[in-house]
Write a protein that binds this ligand. Structure first.
Ligand SMILES: Nc1ncnc2c1ncn2[C@@H]1O[C@H](COP(=O)(O)OP(=O)(O)OP(=O)(O)O)[C@@H](O)[C@H]1O
Length: 292
């Protein structure tokens, strides 16, 4: 049976604060991107799925198992939190071995699985390096190795690319894609580019509510025919920014080349262009008529 997570009418509270509102989501095998601003509710949703937060209200099943059965859910779930850190004074191998013991893996299983995983995350030459001496990207890769140590069917990673340099970011995304070939990988991010490059299915969260669920191309379609470019003079820019959502701008001497969103062609010199994920995301986040 292929893996599936089903979330129905999930409401989540911190005291009186409602962090998730009537969330309905179905997540299937492969990479699933959860996109939203800071504070949208991404971490809360991930913690509930990883059974680190008891759900307040609603229904969640993971491969048919209710999320309340935390022992079984944890056996099939790996989690890499946003602020991951572990045993700084141990070597990479020692840290993995120790976690393997805690996960109940036998000596023989650890001897086989740890070198395999270190190779997978490209840390095979750093097995003796102290965890505290690893770069940010290497630490994240070690984080992935520890999260899949017990070979879970589901991997949940919370904002894993924040602070990584572009090369490491690409390497990390590729690693997640590889892992997702045989698992569900849920990736949360506020970086639109991370989603565009890796995820077929996505959900956009805003203020605890799902604004969009579907494919990346479906999201782009929403902004089709609503994206324009124009060259304007610098002094016109403040006025335009007040009226439209400007998604990028490039200064050219006294002029500015802008890319913006408008429901209809706004003025004669504006040229229509193909929408990208970032345009579509801005369009979605700023409501129907995205004229500011
Ligand atoms: N322990 C808590 N107690 C009270 N409110 C909380 C708690 N944790 C989160 N919140 C609130 O719940 C909402 C959702 O937070 P959450 O951390 O899930 O968002 P997020 O999308 O993961 O944001 P970020 O990208 O900044 O981590 C926010 O308004 C946040 O302030």
């Amino acid at each position: 049976m292929s893996a599936e997570i089903k979330i129905e009418h999930l409401n989540q509270y911190y005291g009186k604060k409602q962090a998730l509102k009537e969330v309905d989501l179905t997540i299937q095998q492969g990479m699933f991107g959860l996109l939203g601003r800071n504070g949208a509710g991404k971490t809360t949703l991930m913690k509930v799925l990883a059974t680190l937060l008891p759900k307040s209200d609603g229904r969640i099943t993971v491969c048919g198992i209710p999320v309340e059965d935390s022992a079984r859910i944890r056996k099939m779930t790996g989690y890499l939190p946003q602020d991951f850190s572990m045993y700084p004074n141990m070597s990479v191998y020692e840290a993995m071995d120790y976690l393997g013991v805690l996960s109940g893996l036998s000596t023989a299983e650890r001897r086989k699985r740890i070198p395999y995983l270190l190779e997978k995350v490209n840390l095979q030459n750093d097995r003796k390096t102290k965890v505290k001496a690893l770069s940010g990207g290497m630490k994240r890769r070690l984080g992935i190795a520890q999260a899949i140590l017990h070979n879970p069917r589901i991997l949940i990673v919370d904002e894993p690319t924040a602070g990584l340099d572009p090369e490491e970011r690409v390497r990390f995304r590729n690693l997640l894609c590889e892992i997702a070939e045989e698992r569900i990988v849920i990736l949360s991010t506020h970086i639109v580019g991370d989603i565009e490059a890796t995820c077929e299915q996505i959900a956009v969260l805003n203020n605890g509510e799902i604004l969009y669920q579907g494919t990346v191309s479906g999201l782009i379609e929403m902004a089709d025919g609503k994206v324009y470019t124009a060259q304007i003079s610098r002094h016109e820019l403040p006025q335009l920014k007040e009226r439209y959502i400007v998604t990028s701008m490039l200064t050219l001497g006294n002029n500015v080349m802008i890319r913006f969103i408008a429901e209809k062609k706004p003025f004669a010199s504006a040229e229509s262009c193909d929408a990208g994920v970032e345009d579509a995301y801005m369009y979605l986040m700023n409501g129907e008529g995205s004229e500011a």
